[in-house]
Design a protein around this ligand. Structure first.
Ligand SMILES: Nc1ncnc2c1ncn2[C@@H]1O[C@H](COP(=O)(O)OP(=O)(O)O)[C@@H](O)[C@H]1O
Ligand SMILES: [Mg+2]
Length: 345
């Protein structure tokens, strides 16, 4: 099959730890064609959705290490029509550009897109979890989203929690996630002004969430493929930060899913599949869901490092894509045969 990864530029890849690179390498190893482009490389050429792609040359023998694969890969540039691919694997970082999605709308019936465009539209920011309809905080911690400073201050004052988390709707990698303590409210007015008001005068929604006790000991990243957990790791924050993101200084440890975490996956798995969110990374603290990452969930390379898995996570992901492509081809063959039967009658 031929797979187009829509992602960040090749030179921005971390050759030792990048999850997209692990997925690309698995495709190349299996002999699949791989091209990459950035969202900004999408073009319409004579009314056909095309991308200025970086194509990876086929390899006789794929190096075992990610770093040598990165160094040895032969790249060439080519303009290719998107509808000619079997799979579009979306791996770009947030925020999601809605116009870019319109380019992909034009090929969504021809190509299997992971995650689905509808799913990415729905879950492209942290409102997806905030609006789970979980009034009793069984799945997510008590959460409020608003642009109103007065409303947010009132919620902080009324909350039973003495610590709360404030974060932007669109951040990733821990950016803008801050801890506020009720005992130190003197900065809150200024902080909320900063979060809510943009430089251009427009306003932003802000998330206010109960701080989950135990978060200082780390959070759990679970990768979910087709509704089932396929890998997990614990991320422990560095000494001088409250956030567990690896990009914010967190370190990675082995983790076996607890009963509560397994139950959480069972509870949300069917919704994820139903929303076309086939490959996501969820962040869990104390059994509560903090975030669903749908655009470019990471963690595969760290999970591979801390576990000695017989079947690596990237193998399961590419198995899934192969299955989806086969289903599509078989459905097409079947319809061609049936059409011929009717035509010949
Ligand atoms: N409600 C919360 N309670 C405690 N810690 C939190 C909470 N929300 C976020 N954090 C900490 O901040 C990190 C980043 O938050 P998250 O919502 O996952 O945003 P991002 O998209 O930036 O990863 C989490 O991994 C966790 O360590
Ligand atoms: Mg996160």
């Amino acid at each position: 099959m031929n797979v187009c990864f829509i992602m960040y530029p090749w030179k921005e890849i971390d050759p030792e730890n990048d999850t997209s690179l692990a997925l690309i390498k698995e495709c190349v190893k299996r002999g699949h064609g791989v091209a990459m482009c950035t969202p900004a490389n999408l073009t319409i050429r004579n009314s056909v959705t095309t991308a200025n792609c970086t194509v990876i040359g086929r390899m006789e023998k794929t190096p075992t290490s990610l770093k040598s694969f990165y160094n040895k890969a032969k790249l060439r540039e080519e303009m290719l029509p998107l509808a000619g691919f079997d799979v579009i694997f979306f791996r770009a970082n947030p925020p999601l550009d809605p116009i870019m999605l319109n380019f992909l709308d034009s090929v969504k019936d021809d190509v299997f897109i992971m995650n689905s465009l509808e799913g990415m539209r729905e879950a492209n920011n942290k409102l997806y979890t905030a609006a789970f309809g979980d009034a009793h905080s069984n799945i997510i911690p008590a959460t409020h989203v608003s642009k109103s400073k007065n409303y947010l201050i009132k919620q902080i004052k009324e909350s039973k929690a003495d610590k709360m988390i404030l974060k932007p709707l669109n951040g990733f990698g821990g950016s803008g996630v801050i801890l506020i303590e009720k005992s130190a409210m003197s900065n809150i007015n200024s902080l909320l002004d900063f979060y809510i008001t943009s430089g251009d005068g427009s306003s932003n929604y802000v998330i206010l969430q109960d701080y989950i006790e135990g978060a200082d000991e780390g959070d759990v990243r679970i990768l979910i493929l087709n509704g089932e957990p396929v890998g997990a790791m614990k991320r422990v924050p560095g000494k001088e930060d409250h956030r567990s993101n690896v990009s914010a200084g967190g370190s990675v440890q082995k983790h076996t899913l607890t009963k509560t975490e397994k139950a959480l996956c069972k509870q949300i798995g069917p919704k994820l599949v139903n929303d076309g969110l086939y490959f996501v990374g969820i962040d869990v603290i104390g059994g509560k869901l903090v975030e669903v990452n749908v655009m470019s969930p990471g963690g595969i390379t760290y999970i591979n490092k801390v576990y000695k898995l017989k079947i690596k996570v990237e193998e399961k992901v590419i198995d899934f894509l192969e299955m989806k492509v086969l289903d599509k081809l078989q459905a097409f063959d079947r319809r061609t045969r049936l059409r011929k039967t009717v035509q010949d009658a």
